[in-house]
Design a protein around this ligand. Structure first.
Ligand code: NAD
Ligand code: WQD
Length: 337
């Protein structure tokens, strides 16, 4: 296969996927506006793989920039990561989220159509299941959204299904990620949120390294064994490998939705204790009220991805914590260290 265009390829999941693609012999073109990432990440990807990355600085809301990138490098497939992803911010700034995520994706699809590329992996999210009606979540669970970020993902999924109905020759993989955490084992790339982290693992890592004092645990009265929320955390390298497998599977026309998760849920307190063990640091925490919109438990039934792709998340919670810690303490201020 020819080069692969990674929109948002400088971000957390895109950079780890880039490493796996390069290691598997693919050429990659990163298309990013660096609104939530740092160009340094691409030097690190090159350092890890010993291969070079093509970079196009551009915005997915501009179709002409996307078309130029695809034709210049003769890209044969697109992995579309670029997106705004903060749930709370999406409730305050819904129009920015719909513009960047939905309009941006329409430009990506139109640029693909104009250049004759019809192989696409799309970063969806477990958030499209809304409030779980049963667990573990299967791909056939009803879809709904409880905030603009989630709704932008659901709208895009619907657009992709419509596109495939109208043009069945398209090859589309909709990948619903659960909670990606961890970092590359080299400690050279990892998650580097701007400002106060919204997500649990990067917040814990910043407490461990001394950037923040105390973790607030949102809710201790959920109907779970220890009262804290349960999620399906998966190692970002396992997730990246899932993209490689999914791309290999897109050798025939289809529109397939797949859960990428481990199938195992851990509570907030279990994550805190696992991180303490891996890092040797104490994580001071206090309980705070539930965060609006949070559900008690959410975890995947990942059996379809195993059946269809032969993919299964292999890395343990211990690895997720060790690798997060290695990245964070070698890069206390992330790529700006
Ligand atoms: P990220 O913010 O680290 O990466 C996204 C990248 O897209 C960034 O490099 C950003 O600069 C770029 N970008 C954003 N808007 C752009 C635009 N208009 N034009 C060009 N580039 C743009 O996020 P991530 O965690 O790597 O997430 C990647 C994808 O996975 C997103 O679509 C996200 O919604 C999805 N996802 C993430 C999680 C998670 O917890 N991290 C969970 C489920 C799904
Ligand atoms: C995990 C658990 C919190 C921070 C979000 C998005 C979802 C997806 C992944 C993109 C919950 C608790 C957290 C903190 C805490 N993203 N927590 N204190 O909410 O499962 O999913 O990221 O698609 O759409 O909603 O992940 O890491 O924010 O929270 O107690 O400081 O940790 O309440 O139980 P979440 P998270």
């Amino acid at each position: 296969m020819g080069p692969i265009l990674l929109t948002g390829g400088a971000g957390y999941i895109g950079s780890h996927t880039g490493v796996e693609l390069l290691n598997a012999g693919h050429d990659i073109v990163v298309f990013d506006n660096f609104s939530n990432s740092h160009p340094e990440v691409l030097d690190r990807v090159e350092q890890i793989t010993g291969k070079s990355v093509h970079l196009v600085r551009g915005d997915i809301r501009h179709q002409a920039e996307l078309e130029a990138a695809i034709t210049t490098y003769n890209c044969q497939a697109v992995i579309h990561f670029a997106c705004l992803k903060a749930v709370g911010e999406s409730m305050e700034r819904p129009l920015e989220y719909y513009e960047n995520n939905v309009l941006g994706t329409l430009q990506v699809l139109q640029a693909m159509r104009a250049t004759g590329v019809n192989t696409l992996l799309f970063s969806s999210s477990a958030t499209v299941y809304g409030v779980p009606q049963y667990l573990p979540l299967k791909e056939t669970h009803p879809l709904s959204a409880t905030n603009p970020y989630a709704r932008s993902k659901l709208i895009i999924e619907d657009i992709l299904r419509d596109l495939h109905r109208a043009n069945p020759e398209w090859r589309i993989g909709i990948l619903r990620y659960f909670n990606p955490v961890g970092a590359h084992e080299s400690g050279l790339i990892g998650e580097d949120p701007l400002g106060v982290p919204n997500n649990l693992m990067p917040f814990i890592a910043q407490v461990a390294v001394g950037r923040r004092n105390t973790l607030q645990i949102w809710g201790r009265d959920y109907p779970t064994p220890d009262g804290t929320g349960i999620r399906d955390y998966l190692h970002v390298v396992d997730l990246a490998i899932g993209h490689l497998r999914a791309l290999q599977h897109l050798d025939t026309p289809q529109c397939l939705s797949l859960n990428l998760g481990t199938g195992t849920g851990y509570s907030v307190l279990e994550i805190v204790h696992a991180f303490e063990k891996s890092s040797g640091k104490t994580i001071p925490y206090e309980f705070a009220p539930r965060r609006t919109g949070d559900v008690a438990s959410c975890y995947a039934d990942p059996s379809l991805a195993l059946a269809v792709l032969g993919w299964k998340a292999e890395r343990t919670l211990e690895r997720m914590c060790e690798d997060t810690w290695r990245w964070q303490h070698h890069n206390i201020h992330g790529y700006r260290s």
